[in-house]
Ligand binder design. Structure first.
Ligand SMILES: Cc1ncc(C[n+]2csc(CCOP(=O)(O)OP(=O)(O)O)c2C)c(N)n1
Ligand SMILES: [Mg+2]
Length: 1068
């Protein structure tokens, strides 16, 4: 028993003293005992007695047991309770709330200290120590048992990278070494238990079990030997669970119960046969592909075939709990197997991907192990219909995580599934990527935010203990690859993947956990990778020992078949039969696949919008102007304080803003914030959900928006004017996000994929920060439709302008978005009524920089008015938000008005175009600077200024017409950005095309940019120009010179640069 006691002391007691003796020695000390906890808990965990160092529940347990049967407790307790009853009765110890955290009245702990109460037999401190030590042992198994669980099927590594355990976990650290130093606490624990087992007398003593364990089942007390055996079985076999850090006693007990209850993991024969059948299919699929296409990359699942039965188990259980739709995200590893055996995507469609066929539909496509899918089918186990979507993803590991969450959230939102009971997400991870990619952390941090939660995600890690060629020791600094999940208090179940029944058990718990607590949970499938990183990779170059072991390791299917045959659950013939049947299914599917002549990208779409495109003219957009009554109504509502204004105290500054807004509405004018609100409000009126998300969007970074008004005296009392426009309006969501770009932009993109009839907007705090989400922009937004035939109408609002704020608050890097635009700089599309819509249809996204609230209003509304969806990137203003000239009249937003791709000069220059000497094109806020300089210098007759509001697709037709209007003017592009930045490099060749109409390189055939990708022949070079033909007009550049940094950090330098820009622009 001594050994057990030392464990307890290591965990809780004052160093080097027995707790009981120490308590007794302090008889005359203060009446409150403070015990230093292992770790500071400021959470409900503090209410768990053992955790905070108190033993109140132990004494309570003793008392209750004594009440039921006085002989069940030790004689000393019997004597104590008997005497206490006579002398006023035993009183339950005071709750922890009274003495304060980690403190407990001494009188509640020990009979000998309860002043004045006469005692019977003296309490033996050994007895108390022994009981407390048993508690400590139980607890140490619950906390640390996973360190010594047998998790690695290869038995060569420790899943927690054991030899990196920090020194405080070394037992020798505590000066209790008896049998030579142990390397780790885990090893010491093993030694302790072995040592205990040799002390036969203690091992046969019966101990009462505390309320924090369920190992007893119906038994309230067990011999120490049995206690240890059951703890070993639960915590140190093939499941290693980390959960004791969770700050909820209820949740800890919930898990303990599901792990510890005797016999809880005894599957029926029927369940075993189901596991075997699923495992057979998983293994059969890979071996079929390996035989048919031996040199094709498929990132097979060999070594972790259990993933398939595991996922199916999570899905089965979740559907039993009421889930109807599951959105999944996963990397390359085992993806085809998941599509085939979890989603049940027709095998023939999968096999055609290996045949190298051409596509029958639009798009540039993607490799087979990135494609998404969407399937609706009957779950045969639960007999319920289920929808399964695997979201398409790029190579970029984990980048699809936030997309999956956004898509899931959107599905929940539109179904009214406020608690996530009907829709859930499953995310699969590789061990190296889960530990290494920051986006995992960003995504995890969305998991409990009110407007971002998906009410619990089941994470499954295919932990094959390697990342390409890198060992875990070199790919992470945390003990487990799953440690990131601890930040959100997710329980983590590590499980040896070669024990299928243990895997199914944790899958059941995970699904039930999600259904009960609606919080994240992690299943860490500790497995191995039988082949190299892909099928043509040689693993022996870098992991020779591991792979020697792998070669000697029997596949899980073989092991499990043998186990079930030995148990008599199946016969060898049945095993063979299941295998042969699946083989036949694969052969038949392959026959079918061979008949196909084309692949269809549409077969791999993850988010179909049923009915959206049907019956629509693909080139006809609805009008975006609205009747004046609507503008007035929205304007007034948006400018009014909450209806119960007498009680709802708003800030004086907000009051002033509302008043100014109201005056504007009365004058039929809008500023930027009003223009935006009117776009949102009018869409809400039409039943379109609007969601605006990003950092500080509710107020607006520049304090211009104020979509959420805060009661100045009541916490959390808010009023959202745009949610209160019309009784039957669509919902409006405006939500401040976590401080993440990659995660939140990805989330909003995912959200936008679910419902085409919603305007989903992400706003960057400053445009600069969009580059931390570069992967979402490059891999999904700009190229998503081409790769995965998936459309999105997501809007990105990126504050952008050089206003002397330094390098980092100036540029949203307009040039990058333009460089990724897919329109051909040399191609002037045919001029027709459909010109503008066709251009939008053919391009990958729209890039704009608007200068008026009316144009913002129209372009936002146009997102919904289009018969298709395209991402919209808008450079948004900062100083223009309050610029007196950056206002629009209702006249520019009324019925019959529309978005202006180019705003031409309607001033003096237009009255006499022939006299105009200079035609300046520009985009964005610089327009107001140019105009001011021109007018101040009296040049409004000489210089005409046109604003290109939609930069991409380029308004060739309007630019051409504007140039033609001023035949004698020299043409310039003026920009405030540096020459290698901003729009210049994009517009320069396009101006040339607009002016010459030339189409000399790679001119696409009829189908727009899609056809330019597939098979169009280069156009013949144009004939050399004749000598009489006039030289084309040229476009000159006015702006800052090239630079590495987007803007100077010096205010003086900034002003100098502005002056020089304006001088150049107004120089005739
Ligand atoms: C963001 C990113 N960086 C690098 C890579 C290149 N890469 C592809 S697979 C891989 C190893 C992944 O290891 P792990 O996450 O453990 O998955 P496994 O292949 O072992 O299943 C790497 C580094 C990538 N695909 N994505
Ligand atoms: Mg791996």
């Amino acid at each position: 028993m001594h050994r057990a006691r030392t464990i307890f002391k290591t965990l809780t007691g004052p160093q080097g003293q027995k707790l009981g003796a120490w308590l007794l020695a302090r008889k005359n000390g203060p009446s409150v005992l403070c015990v230093a906890p292992l770790r500071e808990y400021t959470t409900p965990a503090a209410s768990e007695p053992f955790l905070n160092g108190s033993s109140t529940s132990y004494v309570e347990d003793m008392y209750n047991a004594w009440l039921a049967d006085p002989s069940s407790v030790h004689a000393s307790w019997d004597s104590y309770f008997r005497n206490s009853q006579g002398g006023g009765g035993y009183q339950a110890p005071p709750s922890l709330g009274l003495p304060g955290r980690n403190e407990v009245a001494i009188s509640s702990l020990l009979p000998s200290l309860s002043g004045g109460v006469s005692l019977g037999a003296p309490v033996s401190d050994k007895v108390i120590d022994d009981h407390l030590a048993v508690q400590a042992i139980i607890r140490s198994y619950q906390i640390r048992g996973h360190h010594i669980a047998k998790l690695d099927p290869l038995e060569i590594n420790s899943a927690d990278l054991d030899d990196k355990t920090p020194p405080e976990l070394l037992y020798s650290h505590y000066n209790f070494v008896r049998d030579g130093p142990s390397r780790t606490y885990s090893q010491e624990l093993v030694k302790q238990v072995r040592h205990l087992a040799q002390q036969e007398t203690d091992m046969d003593r019966t101990f009462k079990l505390p309320s924090t364990t369920f190992i007893g089942g119906k038994d309230k007390a067990l011999p120490l030997r049995e206690i240890l055996r059951r703890l070993e079985l639960t915590y140190c076999r093939h499941i290693g669970v980390e959960f004791m850090f969770i700050n909820s006693l209820e949740q800890c007990n919930w898990i303990r119960q599901r792990l510890e209850t005797p016999g809880i993991m005894n599957p029926t024969n029927e369940q075993k046969r189901l596991i075997l059948a699923r495992l057979t299919r998983a293994a059969g699929f890979e071996s079929f592909l390996a035989r048919k296409w031996s040199s094709e990359k498929r990132f097979g699942l060999e070594g972790c075939e259990i993933l398939i039965p595991a996922m199916k188990q999570v899905i089965d259980r979740s559907t039993e709990f009421g889930v109807e739709s599951i959105v999944m995200g996963m990397p390359h590893r085992g993806r085809l197997n998941v599509l085939a055996n979890v989603c049940r995507k027709p095998l023939s469609q999968i096999f055609t991907q290996f045949a190298g066929l051409e596509a029958a539909d639009d798009g540039s496509g993607d490799v087979k192990y990135h494609l998404g899918t969407y399937i609706e089918r009957l779950n045969r186990v639960t007999n319920k219909n289920i929808r399964l979507a695997v979201v398409a993803n790029p190579s970029h590991l984990e980048a699809a995580d936030p997309i999956v969450q956004g898509k899931t959230r959107a599905e929940q939102f539109y179904r009214g599934d406020g608690e996530g009971k009907k829709v859930m997400s499953i995310l699969l991870h590789g061990d190296a990527a889960f530990a290494g990619q920051g986006i995992v952390y960003e995504t995890m941090h969305l998991s409990d935010l009110p407007d971002y939660t998906t009410h619990g995600t089941v994470h499954i890690v295919v932990n094959n203990q390697i990342g390409f060629t890198t060992d875990p020791r070199h790919s992470r600094s945390s003990p487990y690859c799953t440690d990131v999940a601890r930040v959100v208090n997710a329980p983590i179940f590590h499980v040896n993947s070669d024990d299928p029944e243990s895997v199914m058990h944790v899958c059941n718990i995970a699904a039930e956990w999600r259904a009960t607590f609606h919080k994240d949970v992690v299943i860490d499938l500790v497995c191995y990778r039988r082949n190299g990183h892909n099928e043509i990779d040689e693993p022996m170059f870098t992991q020779p020992l591991m792979y020697r072991k792998i070669k000697k390791t029997k596949p899980a299917l073989e092991k499990y078949s043998e186990q079930l045959i030995a148990e008599g659950a199946v016969t060898p013939e049945e095993v063979k039969d299941v295998k042969d049947k699946y083989e036949k299914i694969c052969e038949e599917a392959l026959e079918k696949a061979r008949e196909e002549t084309h692949i269809k990208y549409k077969d791999w779409l993850d988010s179909p919008w049923s009915g959206f495109f049907e019956g629509k003219d693909p080139l006809k957009a609805s009008p975006t102007g609205v009747i004046e009554d609507t503008l007035v109504h929205i304007g007034k509502r948006f400018s009014s304080p909450p209806p119960n204004a007498a009680e709802f105290v708003i800030h004086k500054g907000v009051e002033r803003i509302l008043k100014a807004r109201m005056e504007m509405v009365e004058n039929r004018m809008t500023d930027w914030a009003l223009g935006e609100a009117m776009a949102f409000g009018s869409l809400l009126k039409e039943g379109i959900h609007v969601r605006l998300s990003g950092q500080d969007v509710e107020r607006g970074t520049f304090s211009h928006r104020h979509h959420v008004l805060h009661h100045q005296n009541v916490d959390k009392a808010t009023y959202r004017p745009l949610c209160n426009l019309y009784p039957d309006q669509a919902p409006y969501t405006v939500c401040n996000s976590s401080l993440s770009e990659f995660g939140v932009l990805g989330f909003e993109l995912g959200f936008s994929m679910t419902n085409p009839n919603a305007l989903v907007i992400w706003e960057a705090q400053f445009g600069d920060f969009n580059n931390t989400a570069q992967c979402i922009i490059d891999q999904f937004i700009s190229s998503g439709q081409a790769k995965w035939v998936r459309q999105s109408g997501l809007v990105m609002l990126l504050p952008h302008a050089l206003e002397g704020m330094g390098p980092e608050h100036s540029s949203a890097r307009l040039e990058r978005f333009l460089q990724m635009s897919s329109d051909d700089p040399d191609y002037f599309p045919p001029e027709s009524d459909e010109f503008a819509v066709r251009q939008l249809h053919d391009i990958n996204w729209i890039v704009a920089n608007c200068t008026t609230p009316a144009n913002l209003f129209h372009i936002l509304r146009r997102q919904i008015a289009l018969p298709f969806r395209k991402p919209l990137i808008i450079m948004t203003p900062k100083s223009l938000l309050r610029h007196p000239e950056a206002r629009s009249s209702f006249d520019d937003m009324k019925e019959g008005t529309e978005f202006k791709r180019v705003i031409v000069d309607a001033g003096e220059s237009a009255a006499n175009p022939d006299g105009v000497k200079k035609l300046l094109f520009c985009s964005g806020k610089v327009y107001y600077d140019l105009k001011k300089a021109r007018d101040e210098r009296g040049l409004s007759k000489d210089i005409s200024i046109a604003r290109v509001e939609q930069i991409s697709p380029f308004p060739y037709d309007l630019v051409k017409a504007e140039c033609a209007k001023y035949p004698n003017a020299k043409i310039f592009w003026a920009q405030e950005e540096h020459k290698n930045q901003g729009a210049w490099t994009y517009v320069q060749p396009r101006f040339y095309t607009a002016l010459t109409g030339s189409r000399d390189v790679n001119q696409p055939q009829k189908g727009g940019w899609f056809s330019s990708l597939f098979g169009s022949k280069p156009e013949p070079k144009p004939e050399p120009k004749s000598e009489t033909e006039p030289e084309p007009r040229e476009i000159g550049y006015i702006g800052r010179p090239t630079a590495a940094s987007p803007a100077t950090g010096s205010k003086a330098q900034h002003l100098k640069e502005v002056a020089s820009l304006l001088d150049d622009a107004t120089h005739l």
